[in-house]
Design a protein around this ligand. Structure first.
Ligand SMILES: [Zn+2]
Ligand SMILES: [Zn+2]
Ligand SMILES: [Zn+2]
Length: 195
C-alpha cells in the first residue's frame, strides 16, 4: 500500500490518548485475531464477538457498566471495520429501533466507549471505529490506516514511528502528551482491483 496522505497530530494537553488508558493496558489479549489489515469478505463474527467481550471486561475492570445504550452504540460501530460519524450511528440506530434517540445520548455513549479504548476516533474524518485488536502493552504505538476506497480502517503497531515522533518533539523542546498517526491510501485488496 502506498499512503497518499498522512497526518500526525500532536497535542500538548494533559489528556492521554485512549490507547494509553489503564483499561487498555489491562485488556485481555485475544490471540486469534489477525494483526493485519482486515480482508474484505472475512468472517466478521469473531471480530464483533471479541470486541464486545473485551468491552464488557474493560468496563467491568473499571467498575463501570457497559449499559444497554453503550452496548447498542458499540454494536453499530463494531458491525464493520469502517469509521462512522456520530450522525450515521444515530441514523442506523433509528432505522433499527424505529425510535430516534437524542444525539447527546449517542455522544455520551461514544465518549464512554472512547474513554475505555474500545472505540477510537478517526480524527481526520471526525468518525468513530471499533478497536478490533487488543493492543496489550503496545497500546499507544498503533498507527491508523484508512482505505480511501472501501473505507476500511485498521490499526497496526508501529513503535519505531512513535519513537521518531517522540524524539523529534523532544528535540523541539516539546512535551508530547498525545500522538495520533493516521494514514490514508488504498488497502491491498482495493489496490489489486480495478477502480
Ligand atoms: Zn472483522
Ligand atoms: Zn485500538
Ligand atoms: Zn480498501
Amino acid at each position: 500500500m502506498r499512503p497518499t496522505s498522512m497526518s500526525v497530530i500532536l497535542f500538548a494537553d494533559s489528556h492521554l490518548t485512549t490507547h494509553e488508558t489503564d483499561s487498555m493496558r489491562r485488556a485481555q489479549p485475544t490471540s486469534s485475531l489477525p494483526a493485519s489489515f482486515p480482508a474484505p469478505g472475512h468472517d466478521h463474527g469473531p471480530c464483533l464477538k471479541g470486541t464486545l467481550e473485551r468491552a464488557a471486561d474493560v468496563f467491568e475492570a473499571k467498575g463501570l457498566k457497559l449499559t444497554p445504550l453503550r452496548r447498542r452504540v458499540l454494536e453499530e460501530v463494531a458491525a464493520s471495520h469502517h469509521a462512522l460519524g456520530a450522525y450515521e450511528i444515530l441514523e442506523r440506530l433509528a432505522r433499527k429501533e424505529r425510535t430516534r434517540m437524542a444525539p447527546i445520548s449517542v455522544y455520551r455513549a461514544l465518549d464512554a466507549l472512547l474513554e475505555m479504548g474500545v472505540v477510537h476516533r478517526l480524527e481526520s474524518r471526525n468518525a468513530y471505529f471499533a478497536c478490533h485488536a487488543p493492543h496489550g502493552k503496545h497500546a499507544a504505538r498503533q498507527i491508523v490506516l484508512a482505505c480511501e476506497r472501501c473505507a476500511t480502517v485498521a490499526e497496526v503497531a508501529a513503535p519505531a514511528a512513535f519513537d521518531a515522533i517522540d524524539g523529534a518533539a523532544r528535540g523541539a523542546g516539546f512535551g508530547t502528551a498525545r500522538v495520533m498517526v493516521e494514514v490514508t491510501g488504498l488497502c491491498a485488496s482495493c489496490a489489486a482491483s480495478p477502480a
